[in-house]
Ligand binder design. Structure first.
Ligand code: TNX
Length: 770
């Protein structure tokens, strides 16, 4: 392969954008950032076609590492370096083990004679190789004299992949594994079974794959009730799975298989209906969500099934850990099932203050699985629900519903892997601009938010903190039908993840990460990965400026690229006004901006501004908003920007829970007013509800308010749609400078709601006064 010229936008960026990067010199400030990069005064080393890669004679693993390095260097620089056993002399890249310390640590040193990569183990050498590969990604063959001392922050650095909802071919799984290696990830959590498909051959239960891996069609979108009519199927033979295990092992990655039980089992029930409480018939599920049909916990054949399946799984996967799921197991079938109720009686699984009898029955099943694994010499991992009802001491907890489960587990002395959905669910949208994205499950998790995550929560003692053994991001594939989209959802968020997993917290800095990203992304280009490009788009900040009754739009890009904008709804071109500093927006309009680089134009940023008398005016909140959904705070209510979509995570909606929206707007001077309007977004299943009442009061001095409007709003009905609800209230015109608006939230979720009695959320976008 010839040296690839700088074909792509991001390659060009890496070279000219950030300034300190150069086409000629390698840079060891890679992603994830190594613990220590010392630049020395010595002469540099230059890679040439005669540089040899040396490994110790007889060391097959280091030889394999050497092959990887040769492949990587060829890809980045075009040089084909020969491998040599125990090469002597200069002009050598030498691989060896024998360093002391962290088993995945390494030291990489460059001097005029060559490069030494010394790992504690072969895995350490592998990470040194990854660092060298990244340092030369820009094609630079001159390596400055440097010492890199490096080791990971966490020993468990995971990525999860759901192949049940959408099957992923063995070739694509291997491509995924290569992607993990590039990010120094060492665990692949392979979600092999779920309601929608069973994906691994089990010899004792052939119908699991002949029946359970096939669904005749899938629901369209978010359980719309319409189906696509397209069959979906696929599974891995044991042989294929073993090949993949080996492929991963060569890249120092362990595969942790998950068989999700006792819930998320409908595909298995379709194959073996006798394993369910009702006996079926069941079908491989065609919709998304959580099925009520689960394994029958009162049936001894189910326990046998668990033993058999885990036996074969342990035989295919040499991993120390095996994941048994344990999440989201509805108890409705168990409540009505005589066998389950008998099991509860026989084992004295009475309800106690904390858990129902059925929750304790779930814990009975999980303990059974744990014992089986322990007899097989393995350790169990379960989702955080496995804590409910008590968990076997040796079990490890994966905390997905935020961090609470992980904190509790660490306090109880269990090892914990943090995978909180709030930061690490890569099936969530990665930009607030969701209208221009492929359909996703919801949420909003841009790279910056991922990067901000620290897996060691405050409030753990150092002893408890040691139980947090690692971090993982999860990719659920309900809304990810193709492997190309897997890459799109993972990248570049996986780069942020890798730094959470690898780099010491004290060295983590988002701005610095952004500076290093263009060079790293050159590797995505070399691999042909389908990565998301939002990081390179125009970013905007909108700042209400009451003095000018305007919203100041502040724009920027990662590399200070040329930005052009328009205010008339036309698409920006290189001839549109060039951004040179904050742009005042002082009327309703469509504002658009795009970055222009020699390599092309980015996606256009579009913002619709809606001006009213209150736009850009100061707002004070008299009750606090919810900390997780506060964003820019009160000023969001008068920044001229509406919610636009009913996704409540976009940062365009501010939320109240347990409190009400109670705001005072200062219009700046007295003026006639006669209406207030706002939108509320609804997602009932997530406790996101409509307002329960509105009160409006006016004042000329900000002290004495006169109520001009009050209305109660009835509670929501179960059948009310999930969408944006517009609210507009008029009252007899009066003169005022201050407008106080109170929007009551749903403090008690109604009877029909799954979380009846809990506090709901109120999400409001903007307060518009006319
Ligand atoms: C919850 S995370 C699930 C999955 C879904 C996912 C969608 C977990 C243990 N269970 O079954 O696919 O949400 O984000």
């Amino acid at each position: 392969m010839k040296l690839k010229p700088f074909l792509t936008l991001f390659a060009a960026l890496a070279l000219c954008g950030a300034g300190q990067l150069s086409a000629q010199k390698a840079d060891f400030h890679v992603v994830p950032l190594p613990r220590e990069v010392k630049t020395l005064n010595g002469a540099p080393f230059t890679l040439t076609a005669t540089t040899r890669i040396s490994y110790p004679k007889g060391d097959a693993v280091l030889r394999r590492n050497a092959e990887f390095l040769a492949e990587y260097i060829k890809q980045a620089t075009g040089l084909s370096l020969p491998l040599k056993k125990n090469a002597r002399g200069a002009n050598v890249i030498r691989l060896r083990t024998g360093l002391n310390g962290n088993p995945e640590g390494y030291r990489l040193s460059v001097n005029a004679d060559g490069v030494d990569i010394e790992g504690t183990t072969a895995a350490g050498v592998f990470y040194g190789i990854q660092t060298l590969r990244k340092a030369v990604a820009g094609g630079g063959v001159e390596l400055p004299s440097t010492v890199v001392n490096d080791e990971p922050r966490f020993s468990y650095r995971g990525a999860h992949l759901d192949v049940s909802r959408h099957f992923i071919t063995p070739d694509s799984v291997r491509r995924f594994i290569d992607m993990l290696a590039l990010h120094n990830i060492n665990r692949l959590h392979w979600h092999l079974s779920d309601d929608q498909g069973w994906r691994i051959e089990i010899r004792k239960y052939p119908r699991l794959t002949t029946v359970g891996s096939y669904r005749p069609e899938s629901v369209i979108g978010h359980n719309t009730g319409r189906y696509d009519g397209r069959p979906h199927s696929g599974y891995y033979t044991q042989r294929e799975a073993r090949d993949i295990v080996e492929y991963a092992r060569e890249r120092h990655i362990t595969i942790i298989p998950e068989i999700d039980m006792p819930g998320h089992m409908q595909a298995a029930l379709a194959a073996y209906p006798e394993l369910g409480c009702t006996g079926g018939p069941y079908e491989v599920w065609k919709m998304w969500g959580v099925s009520d049909d689960v394994l029958c916990a009162g049936n001894d054949r189910v326990l046998q099934f668990i033993d058999d399946v885990l036996g074969e799984i342990a035989d295919i996967f040499p991993s120390e850990y095996i994941h048994v799921g344990g999440d989201e197991c509805p108890k409705v079938r168990w409540k009505d099932c005589p066998k389950c109720q008998q099991r509860i009686l026989d084992n004295h699984l009475q309800a106690d203050g904390k858990h129902t009898a059925e929750e304790r029955l779930q814990s009975y099943v999980i303990r059974h699985a744990e014992q089986r694994l322990s007899a097989l010499g393995r350790k169990m991992i379960g989702w955080d629900e496995t804590l409910e009802g008590g968990l076997a001491p040796g079990a490890t907890v994966m905390s997905w519903r935020g961090e609470a489960g992980g904190i509790e587990a660490a306090r109880l002395g269990h090892d914990v892997i943090m995978t909180p959905n709030t930061y690490l669910y890569f099936d969530y949208y990665q930009t607030a601009d969701i209208k221009n994205e492929p359909d996703a499950i919801g949420g909003c998790l841009p790279v910056a938010l991922v990067y901000s995550y620290n897996p060691l929560p405050e409030g753990l003692t150092p002893e408890q903190a040691k139980h947090v053994i690692g971090v993982q991001a999860n990719l659920w594939t309900e809304y990810i039908p193709t492997y190309r989209q897997v890459e799109y959802m993972e990248l570049p968020r996986m780069a942020a993840l890798s730094e959470i997993q690898w780099t010491p917290q004290s060295m983590r800095d988002y701005k610095d990460f952004r500076r290093r990203i263009p060079a790293f992304i050159r590797l995505y280009d070399l691999q042909g990965y389908n990565y998301a490009r939002h990081l390179f788009d125009v970013e905007a900040n909108y700042i209400p400026t009451p003095e000018r009754h305007a919203i100041a739009a502040e724009l920027g890009t990662i590399d200070n690229a040329e930005v052009h904008y328009t205010l008339d709804g036309s698409a920006p071109t290189a001839q549109s006004p060039r951004y040179a500093g904050p742009v005042d927006i002082n009327r309703s309009c469509t504002f658009q901006a795009a970055a222009f680089r020699p390599t092309g134009k980015t996606r256009t940023l579009t913002e619709n501004f809606h001006f009213s008398k209150s736009t850009a005016c100061p707002v004070t909140l008299l009750q606090p908003s919810h900390s997780q959904y506060t964003y820019a705070g009160a000023s969001m209510l008068t920044d001229g920007r509406l919610g636009e979509t009913n996704n409540y995570n976009t940062g365009r909606w501010i939320a109240f829970s347990g409190t009400d929206l109670e705001a005072v707007i200062d219009l700046g001077c007295e003026m006639p007013v006669s209406s207030v309007s706002f939108n509320v977004t609804i997602l009932k299943s997530n406790w996101v509800m409509d307002a329960r009442g509105v009160e409006i009061a006016l004042s000329t001095d900000g002290q004495n308010f006169t109520e001009v409007f009050r209305r109660d709003i009835p509670p929501m009905k179960e059948t009310d749609p999930d969408e944006i609800y517009p609210h507009r209230y008029t009252f007899p015109a009066a003169t005022a400078r201050y407008v106080k608006v109170k929007v009551l939230s749903e403090h008690v979720l109604p009877e029909w709601h799954g979380a009846h009695g809990k506090e709901g959320f109120l999400f409001v976008d903007e307060l518009m006064v006319e």
